[in-house]
Design a protein around this ligand. Structure first.
Ligand code: ADE
Length: 422
C-alpha cells in the first residue's frame, strides 16, 4: 500500500490515542455502524487533505466502513500527529502521506500522492486539494463528483473560484452548517486555542491583556475563553457590526494601532493577511507574545518581524521563538505563525470533532446522492441535515427539548394575535 509516514513503530501510541478519541465520538460511532450496513460509499475513491489527528482517523474509518477507499494527506505540516499516521497505515489500510514538520516541497508531493488515486470524492481543509486538482491535475477533474470543505478560509476561496467560473465540481461548505459555526468555531477553536497558548507558554492568563484580532465565530470563542480565565480582553475588528457586538459583549474595542501597545498576548483570528505587522511590532511591550488562530500562516508578518532583529530567533520553549529586536525588546512568536491550536495542542477536542465530522459524513452521503443534479458551485448542507446533526448531539448529551404544539407558531402571524380587550 503506498504511504509516506515518519515512523511505523509509533502505531501503538496512535492506536491508543484513537481509542481514547472514539470514546468521545458517539455520533460518528453511530454513523459508522449505519454506513457499515448501508455502504453508501461502496467502491468510492476518497482523497482527504485534513489535519492528521486521531479524530480525523475516526472519521476516515467511518467512511471506510461505508465502503470507501481512502487516501489521506495533511492540511498543515505542523498539525500532523505522526503516531496517528502510523496507526492508520498499519491498522486501517488507509494510505497516509504525512510527516510532521515536512517542508513545502514534501508537502506538495504528499498532495500529489493523495490525488494519484484519481479520487471521486474529496475532503479539503483549506482548499489544497481543490487548488492542486485545478492547477496540476486538470486531467482528474472530470472524475470528481464533488467534495466538502472544512474551513471558512477555504470556503472564501471556493466562492471566488465559483464566482469567476473556475470551479469545476460541486463543493459543500461544511463550515457554514449552523451546528459547525456554533460548536466547532466557537467552542472548539475557543478552547483549543487557549489550550495551545498555555501548553506553549505556561502563562497565567488572569490579569493579562489579551488582544483578539477578529470577532467572527472563532474570535468570539477565543475572546470568551480568555475572559473566562480572567484576562482583560481587547477586540480589534474591521467590520462595524462585529465590532459593535464585541463592544456590547463588554470587550474593549480598539484599532490594532492602539491595541499593540497594551497587549500582553495577541491572537489573530481574521483570515486576513498581515494583521500584525511592522508598525505593530514597533509598539509592542517587551515580552509580548503572539500567535495565529487562522488557517493560513499569513496573519502575522513574520518576515517583517525578522527584519527588526539582526539575530536569529531563539527557541525558548518547544512552540515559542523569541525575537530579540535591535532596540532590545523581546517579542515571542507562537508556532511560527501557524495555527496555535493544532501546532501546540491537539486541535479541537474529540467531542467537538464528533459533530464536525458527523457533518462531513452526512454532507458527503447527501452529495453523492444528488451530485448528478448539481452544477459546479458552493453548496450549504440542507437545513434538515443540520437540524439532524444538532439532534444527534443533543441525544448524545442526554438533553431533551420541547416540540412546538400544532399551530403554535401560527399565533405569531399578525391576524392571529390575541385582540386587546375593549
Ligand atoms: N481541526 C481542528 N481540530 C481538529 C482535530 N482535532 N482533528 C482534525 N481537524 C481539526
Amino acid at each position: 500500500m503506498p504511504a509516506d509516514i515518519a515512523d511505523p513503530t509509533l502505531a501503538e501510541s496512535g492506536r491508543s490515542r484513537m481509542a481514547w478519541a472514539v470514546r468521545a465520538m458517539p455520533i460518528l460511532r453511530g454513523i459508522a455502524a449505519r454506513f457499515a450496513e448501508e455502504r453508501p460509499f461502496d467502491g468510492v475513491r476518497v482523497a482527504a487533505c485534513l489535519h492528521v489527528t486521531p479524530e480525523t482517523g475516526v472519521f476516515l474509518r467511518a467512511l471506510q466502513a461505508g465502503g470507501a477507499q481512502v487516501r489521506l494527506c495533511a492540511s498543515n505540516p505542523l498539525a500532523t500527529q505522526d503516531d496517528t499516521a502510523a496507526a492508520l497505515v498499519c491498522d486501517s489500510g488507509i494510505s497516509v502521506f504525512a510527516r510532521r514538520g515536512i517542508d513545502a516541497v514534501g508537502y506538495a508531493g504528499h498532495i500529489a500522492a493523495a490525488l494519484a488515486m484519481a479520487p471521486q470524492l474529496i475532503f479539503d481543509d483549506g482548499c489544497d486539494l481543490v487548488t492542486a486538482l485545478h492547477t496540476t491535475r486538470p486531467d482528474l477533474l472530470a472524475g470528481i463528483r464533488g467534495g466538502c470543505e472544512e474551513t471558512g478560509t477555504g470556503v472564501l476561496w471556493l466562492r471566488h473560484m465559483a464566482r469567476d467560473g473556475r470551479l469545476r465540481f460541486p463543493m459543500v461548505a461544511v463550515n457554514e452548517n449552523e451546528t459547525m459555526r456554533v460548536v466547532d468555531n466557537r467552542y472548539g477553536t475557543g478552547q483549543s486555542t487557549i489550550d495551545g497558548l498555555l501548553r506553549a507558554t505556561n502563562l497565567l492568563l488572569a490579569g493579562r491583556t489579551v488582544v483578539v484580532a477578529g470577532y467572527g465565530p472563532c474570535g468570539r470563542g477565543v475572546a470568551s475563553r480568555a475572559k473566562g480565565m480572567g484576562a482583560s480582553v481587547v477586540v480589534t475588528e474591521v467590520d462595524p457590526t462585529r465590532a459593535l457586538e464585541a463592544a456590547l459583549e463588554g470587550y474593549r474595542v480598539l484599532p490594532m494601532a492602539a491595541a499593540a501597545a497594551v497587549g500582553d498576548v495577541f491572537l489573530t483570528a481574521t483570515g486576513s493577511r498581515a494583521v500584525l505587522r511592522a508598525e505593530h511590532f514597533a509598539q509592542m511591550k517587551d515580552g509580548a507574545i503572539f500567535g495565529n488562530v487562522g488557517h493560513f500562516d499569513v496573519e502575522i508578518d513574520v518576515p517583517a518581524l525578522s527584519r527588526l532583529s539582526s539575530s536569529r530567533p531563539a527557541p525558548v520553549r518547544p512552540h515559542l521563538q523569541e525575537y530579540r529586536l535591535d532596540d532590545g525588546r523581546r517579542l515571542l512568536l507562537l508556532t511560527q505563525g501557524r495555527l496555535v491550536n493544532l501546532a501546540a495542542a491537539e486541535g479541537h477536542p474529540a467531542a467537538v470533532m464528533d459533530l464536525s465530522f458527523a457533518g462531513q459524513a452526512l454532507a458527503a452521503e447527501w452529495l453523492l446522492r444528488v451530485a448528478d443534479s448539481l452544477t459546479p458551485d458552493v453548496y450549504g448542507i440542507p437545513a434538515d441535515l443540520d437540524a439532524e446533526i444538532a439532534g444527534l448531539v443533543l441525544d448524545a448529551m442526554g438533553i431533551h427539548i420541547d416540540r412546538a404544539v400544532d399551530g403554535a407558531l401560527d399565533s405569531t402571524l399578525p391576524d392571529q394575535r390575541p385582540r386587546e380587550a375593549g
